[in-house]
Design a binder for this molecule. Structure first.
Ligand code: NAD
Ligand code: MG
Length: 391
């Protein structure tokens, strides 16, 4: 069997670690060309010793020097910076790129993989939120292919007809139903939300994830970002994407057809299932995930999302309807607000307030190319930071 050659962007994060866990179960199938991380050098060095990539990439020159020392004696080239991330995403010997950097930092390397025609396993939803139009164009122009890692979108992908080409009506699809756990504050009294701490916000009831996406799940901004992600991945209109709260996180999303059929995808909540699906696609490989025991689970419940409790979800639908630069503005302001909340610099409710103000100020900025989007991203961050500093 010729192994699939992989670059893993964000190898030290939760998605990266889960990816390497699946890879380690199938050493004959996968071979690692490059691993990247930002700051966790000991962890990256340990991964390099185990998986022996050709390249390792970190944030800056200083960290690269440290990693080089940690990897002394191994035949691994240590590089640093955005250009290096782009290069290891586009190397001729690479087949698939796991795009698992968090936030807007993931955009450029994902674009490089798209232009180079790679199979992209896309965890970094921020790429599609910021620049969905340009990214999808680059995928097409570069002859790349896209497999969603986000559990909801992976479930939708699996529930769509084989060979889905972006034409929902042509395939008899009526709606996409994205499930959401509702996060840790689904049933907490609304009056007490003002006092929520970062520790409470990152304690997700059903998933273990990075801090940023955990806060996004608590505010339901994550689901908002996922609605925008679904719009681009499946070429769906906003009204064709519905969110339903399903606290058990067993059904990972659904596709409803014109004849009333609803196809769903289920598994024990563990990201190794969508990761294994995308790594081996169209084959299937073991992921190490506990088998689903429906009798033991007993009850699956559903409810409609409460937009008052979760104003971020509403803001995301609004940004999608506004279009242009609005989703990129929302994404940038959200990254700043979440970082400030995690640092105890702003209270929980100030997250949505910050986003709302930044969106209102900047919504009509141009979004004609990637550079304009990056400029508006920077502008949104500046305004968000000023608002945060003034709180
Ligand atoms: P994480 O915080 O655990 O890991 C992030 C990774 O990105 C780390 O390897 C880190 O070193 C790297 N990174 C951070 N900033 C960087 C920068 N400026 N430049 C280069 N690398 C940088 O995050 P995660 O939970 O693994 O999530 C990664 C992505 O996957 C996010 O976009 C998230 O929305 C998405 N996602 C995650 C999950 C999940 O279950 N964790 C599920 C669906 C989607
Ligand atoms: Mg998700």
């Amino acid at each position: 069997m010729t192994p699939i050659n992989l670059t893993i962007l964000g190898a030290t994060g939760t998605i990266g670690v889960n990816t390497l866990d699946v890879v380690a179960r199938h050493p004959e199938r996968f071979s690692i060309v490059a691993l990247t991380g930002a700051t966790q050098l000991d962890k990256l060095a340990e991964q390099c010793r185990q998986f022996r990539p050709r390249y390792a990439v970190v944030m800056d020159a200083e960290r690269a020097a440290t990693l080089k020392t940690l990897l002394a004696g191994l035949d691994i080239e240590v590089r640093w910076g955005v250009e290096a991330l782009e290069e290891v995403s586009a190397l001729p010997e690479v087949d698939s790129v796991m795009a698992a950097i968090v936030g807007a930092a993931g955009l450029r390397p994902a674009m490089a993989a798209a232009r180079a025609g790679k199979r992209i396993l896309l965890a970094n939803k921020e790429t599609l939120v910021m620049a969905g139009h340009f990214f999808m164009e680059a995928v097409k122009a570069g002859g790349a292919s896209l497999l969603p890692i986000d559990s909801e979108h992976n479930a939708v992908f699996q529930s769509m007809p084989a060979g889905y080409d972006g034409n929902l009506a042509g395939h008899g699809v009526r709606r996409i139903l994205l499930t959401a756990s509702g996060g840790p504050f689904r049933s907490r009294a609304v009056e007490t939300l003002a006092a929520v701490t970062p520790e409470e916000a990152v304690a997700h009831p059903t998933w273990v994830m990075g801090k940023k996406i955990s806060v996004d799940s608590a505010t339901m901004m994550n689901k908002g970002l996922e609605v925008i992600e679904a719009r681009w991945l499946f070429n769906a209109r906003p009204e064709q994407i519905e969110v339903v709260i399903h606290p058990q996180s067993i059904i990972h999303s659904m596709v409803e057809y014109l004849d009333g059929s609803v196809l769903a995808q289920l598994y024990t909540p563990d990201m190794r299932t969508p990761i294994a699906h995308s790594l081996a696609y169209p084959e299937r490989v073991a992921a190490g995930v506990p088998w689903l025991d429906l009798a033991k689970i007993g009850t699956l419940t559903f409810e409609a999302p409460d937009f008052q409790r979760f104003p971020c979800l509403k803001l995301a639908y609004q940004a999608l309807a506004t279009g242009g630069a609005a989703p990129a503005i929302l994404n940038a302001a959200n990254e700043e607000a979440v970082a400030a909340f995690l640092d105890h610099r702003i209270p929980y409710l100030a997250i949505s307030e910050t986003l709302s103000t930044v969106l209102a100020r900047l919504h009509d900025r141009p979004a004609g190319n990637l550079e304009e989007l990056e400029a508006v991203d920077a502008e949104a961050r500046n305004i968000a930071q000023a608002l945060i500093a003034a709180l």
